[in-house]
Design a protein around this ligand. Structure first.
Ligand SMILES: Cc1cc2nc3c(=O)[nH]c(=O)nc-3n(C[C@H](O)[C@H](O)[C@H](O)COP(=O)(O)OP(=O)(O)OC[C@H]3O[C@@H](n4cnc5c(N)ncnc54)[C@H](O)[C@@H]3O)c2cc1C
Length: 391
């Protein structure tokens, strides 16, 4: 009976980067995905510099546009353009990025089986058994990286979300818009969708337009998207490939690893509650996951349990601040917006996005005053992030 060192379920950013790292380290890896690649995934496709730091392979060949400025807008009226001139997001399409990552994982030695749906996973006799395509597949460990709609979290009684946001997005070909309006610029329309925002992200031959927010906004998402399109002179009928998807936010006390199993990326509910980004978290958790599995395979750890604690510690300050600022923006949009775009706070936001600082706690000096004011606003708005408050 074949027994892989690791079975990785899901070949998105979290799964493929984990599989690549493990295969590079000499482990035998089976990488399974129910979709056949190339496949698309609803996503703005913005890879921040801090996310890129944790991507184990170069992705230049699938980057279609680099944005160096943010147009931060409020309620379709106020606007401020910010940016020091360095890259703030590498714009790609998930169809291309994910195919590249899966291909690189296979190139490093992982056995990629796509078009194969995993229907069950169980921990058994110190290892794991995954059921896929009528076969029972054995592994010493399993990495659940099968996204928000996956099966591993439920099957292994891991994870658990406090809430799941919803989003709707589509693409407009450059020929139908004034493309120069968005060149080099990432546009965020705040104060328009409760719990979220609208965006316009430039790509190679099109722009991606979308709205996302609190799950209660589900029935109104199309109206939100229509409003965003109208404000930008786009007819909603001209949007191509319109699709919706979910963005999961883990509960603070959710268990991310037990015994020979762990969860990474969206399967673990790691999406940032303020920005909706999840690729930084997917790549970061992929790195931590590969390190935890490698330690177990080397006999340096008996379980993967420490992975959950390590990831929670690393993301806690970040989650706490994101939930706090999200609550502040929702309840006090004008004040929160004015503070966020201000000349003190904005440079901190930019340093977070670029990875120059790991979290807001690292910001020093006079900026602590407006950051404190934002925290107070978040608290007054009943900041749901207090459960993640770092030690
Ligand atoms: C509209 C929208 C816009 C977004 N924009 C951005 C953005 O601009 N920047 C950013 O950083 N993040 C963004 N995000 C978040 C980002 O898309 C996710 O956080 C990211 O895809 C998580 O990667 P993942 O590898 O964990 O999961 P996924 O990318 O969801 O990959 C999971 C994989 O598992 C496979 N799978 C699922 N079930 C099974 C099964 N039973 N058996 C086998 N395989 C299975 C799927 O086919 C899929 O390939 C956005 C999300 C949405 C919804």
């Amino acid at each position: 009976m074949r027994r892989w060192d690791a079975i990785v379920v899901g070949a998105g950013p979290a799964g493929s980067s984990t599989a690549f790292r493990l295969a590079e380290a000499g482990a035998s890896v089976l990488l399974l995905d129910r979709a056949s690649f190339p496949r698309d995934k609803p996503c703005g496709g913005g890879v921040t510099p801090r996310a890129l730091e944790h991507v184990p392979v170069p992705i230049d060949q699938v980057v279609e546009h680099v944005t160096t400025a943010v147009e931060l807008r409020l309620g379709f009226r106020r606007a401020a353009v910010r940016g020091r001139g360095g890259p703030l997001a590498y714009m790609t399409q998930r169809r291309r990025l994910d195919a590249l990552l899966a291909e690189r994982a296979a190139g490093a030695g992982a056995e990629l089986r796509d078009g194969v749906k995993v229907t069950g996973v169980e921990a058994r006799n110190g290892g794991v058994v995954a059921t896929a395509g009528g076969e029972r597949l054995h592994g010493r460990t399993v990495v659940g990286a099968d996204g928000v709609n996956g099966v591993t979290a439920r099957a292994l009684e891991l994870g658990g979300n406090r809430s799941v946001d919803v989003a709707l997005e589509g693409n407009v070909p450059n020929a139908r818009i004034d493309r120069s309006r968005y060149d080099g610029r990432l546009l965020m329309e705040l104060g328009t969708v409760p719990g979220g925002y609208g965006w316009v992200f430039p790509k190679g031959d099109h722009v991606n337009v979308g709205v996302g927010g609190d799950e209660r906004e589900g029935p109104r998402l199309r109206a939100h998207l229509e409003r965003l399109c109208r404000a930008h002179g786009i007819r909603i009928e001209e949007l191509e490939d319109v699709r919706g998807y979910r963005l999961p936010h883990r509960a603070a006390d959710s268990t991310l690893a037990r015994g020979p199993a762990l969860l990474a990326g969206d399967a673990a509910g790691l999406v940032d509650p303020l920005t909706g980004d999840g690729m930084f978290e997917a790549f970061l958790s992929g790195r931590f996951a590969a390190e935890a599995v490698t330690a177990l395979l080397a006999g340096e750890a008996q379980t993967l349990d420490e992975y959950g604690a390590r990831l929670s510690r690393r993301l806690a300050p970040h989650l706490w601040a994101s939930w706090s600022f999200r609550a502040a923006l929702d309840r006090f949009p004008r004040t929160a917006y004015t503070l966020a775009k201000g000349r003190l706070v904005w440079p901190v936001v930019e340093k977070l996005v670029t990875g120059e600082i790991a979290d807001v706690g690292a910001a020093r000096g006079i900026v602590r005053a407006p950051l404190g004011a934002l925290t107070l606003l978040g608290r007054a708005a009943g900041n749901p992030g207090h459960a993640y408050k770092p030690a």
